[in-house]
Write a protein that binds this ligand. Structure first.
Ligand SMILES: [Zn+2]
Ligand SMILES: [Zn+2]
Length: 64
């Protein structure tokens, strides 16, 4: 498991839901982390699979 900038990011980026296989369908999942690109995104729960890329951690403010 990758270490993220803070506990909150660790929790959210690594959150795995037992009910929803697709992260975009899970209302509890708010951060999507792309390990390939090392990219963080904020999931927009609009029924599709949209996300906004984020450059700073919403919790601790670190550059991602
Ligand atoms: Zn952080
Ligand atoms: Zn879920």
């Amino acid at each position: 498991m990758k270490k993220h900038c803070c506990e909150d990011m660790n929790y959210h980026a690594n959150l795995k839901c037992d009910i929803h296989e697709n992260s975009f369908e899970c209302p509890d999942k708010i951060i999507i982390f792309d390990e390939k690109d090392n990219d963080y995104g904020l999931i927009i729960h609009d029924g599709g699979s949209s996300s906004i890329g984020i450059d700073f951690c919403p919790w601790c403010g670190s550059r991602l």
